[in-house]
Design a protein. Structure first.
Length: 69
């Protein structure tokens, strides 16, 4: 897997995941929507820590800085 998630993108993903989990834990959202929020948070965390987003690959996007040779 080629890295396609940059540092700023990674931080945004982690912050959004934390926000979604907090909304669920404080019962701001519950039921089906709460479970959907948790699944999205999990996906955001996995993509942040692996530095790879499959959707970015499909769309041809990369937020990583290009390495100069």
């Amino acid at each position: 897997m080629k890295k396609n998630v940059g540092v700023v993108d990674k931080v945004i993903r982690i912050v959004l995941a934390a926000l979604l989990v907090v909304l669920f834990l404080t019962n701001a959202v519950h039921g089906t929507l709460g479970i959907i929020f948790l699944v999205i948070a999990l996906i955001l965390l996995v993509t942040a820590f692996t530095n790879f987003c499959a959707l970015y690959t499909l769309l041809g996007i990369s937020t990583c800085k290009k390495k100069e040779k």
